[in-house]
Unconditional design. Structure first.
Length: 401
């Protein structure tokens, strides 16, 4: 049955069987409503009867057996959508998180995250963390208070520079970061600004908002566990590098916003945060190797849960789920997942030359971004020639004076 459904039909037979065994069938009565916000943990398919799907662009009937019914009922990240049963109907619920794990295992086979063998200890820990994830017992990192206020303000169509400046001024690090960014080489203006209001004017409301969110995120990369502080520091350092590389690449790609790329790059591995927190609180004796295996298996699906809890912009979840899939390919224009994939590959190529990673020309995302070929040292001139901007933006994110 699952073979004809998108995207789960791409899994091999064994993985489809495992996913189906964890699935659920739900009976709907006439007029019963399903809300995307309440069904976010599931991939939902109409298998009997029909429902009326309501989205921001209108309503449409989804009948069992139709081409549309072979796709998930609700679009990723669009929690305002809902559906109403047109009569008695049956829906199939498939665990979205489990699908992410199975898809990640399949799509990344052949490179550094091959079908990793788990010993008994790793298997037990994996099962425990996954169960905590399913039962919503993982402690998710809270979006910083100032970030919540910025998000809320930007949903108001009447928000202006003064209001955003007042919110940003509540946080000294963000204020300093915006002023430094607006005055620096990355934005090509030599004249320094002296106030956060002037910084927002120069950057623009949307760019300033995204940059402020990025700076605020430093607060979530922390751990109270002495054992895991080093891991958290390494995660933060790697995320900052990927973030700035994504920013520089975006400036060369039409249709992609540099500040959005900066934020996407910083948060591409955000799923590791709750996993590190859970292990630090419950299993501080866990070895580095065991932690690495669990993160590799679960960070994508956990990252999607974090993004959903933060109400991040549509499309960002794809970055946490797929940016480590070097073989990912798709139709249409390049997206932020392509950017972050190439940024991750570039960082790995420079920081760990012995890593089991593909060459640039083997990665569909690199070709899709239409970037010039790297030199014999595996470096891109467009990045190496922007050394000043690179250092400047790293300092902005890290809150350095």
């Amino acid at each position: 049955m699952l073979e004809g459904l998108f995207p789960v039909g791409d899994l091999d037979r064994e993985k489809r069987t495992g996913l189906a065994q964890r699935g659920q069938l739900g009976n709907l009565r006439y007029g019963q409503r399903l809300d995307a916000s309440a069904e976010h943990r599931w991939l939902l398919y109409v298998v009997e009867g029909s429902v009326n799907l309501v989205t921001s662009s209108g309503s449409t009937s989804v009948a069992a057996g139709s081409t549309r019914a072979r796709q998930p009922l609700f679009s990723e990240g669009r929690f305002q959508e809902y559906a109403v049963a047109s009569g008695t109907a049956v829906v199939l619920r498939l665990d979205n998180r489990l699908y992410g794990i199975l898809h990640g295992q399949q799509s990344q086979s052949g490179y550094d995250v091959e079908e990793t063998e788990l010993d008994d200890t790793e298997s037990a820990l994996f099962a425990e963390v996954y169960a905590a994830c399913q039962e919503e017992k993982l402690e998710l990192p809270a979006l910083p208070e100032v970030a919540v206020k910025i998000q809320a303000a930007m949903k108001d169509p009447d928000v202006d520079i003064k209001r955003l400046a007042n919110i940003v001024s509540l946080d000294i690090a963000i204020t300093a970061g915006l002023i430094r960014a607006a005055s620096g080489a990355a934005y090509g203006v030599g004249n320094p600004v002296k106030s956060v209001r002037d910084a927002i004017v120069r950057l623009g409301l949307v760019a300033a908002r995204r940059l402020a969110l990025t700076i605020a995120m430093q607060q979530v990369f922390h751990s109270n566990s002495p054992v895991l502080k080093r891991r958290m520091h390494e995660l933060w350092d790697r995320s900052v590098h990927v973030s700035v590389l994504s920013f520089l690449l975006a400036r060369q790609c039409k249709g992609l916003d540099a500040e959005q790329a900066l934020l996407a790059g910083l948060l591409h591995d955000v799923g590791a945060l709750p996993i590190l927190d859970y292990i630090g609180r419950n299993h501080p004796e866990t070895t580095d190797e065991e932690v690495t295996v669990i993160i590799e298996k679960l960070h994508g699906v956990v990252g999607e849960i974090v993004f959903a809890s933060w109400s991040m912009e549509s499309g960002m979840s794809m970055v946490v789920r797929e940016s480590g899939n070097w073989l990912r390919d798709h139709e249409g224009a390049p997206d932020y997942c392509d950017l972050v994939s190439v940024a991750r590959l570039y960082h790995l190529n420079q920081s760990d030359p012995d890593a089991a990673i593909p060459r640039f020309h083997e990665v569909p995302a690199f070709a899709r971004l239409d970037l010039p070929a790297p030199n014999e040292d595996g470096k891109l001139d467009l990045i190496e020639s922007a050394a000043a901007e690179r250092e400047e933006m790293m300092a902005v994110i890290q809150g350095k004076a």
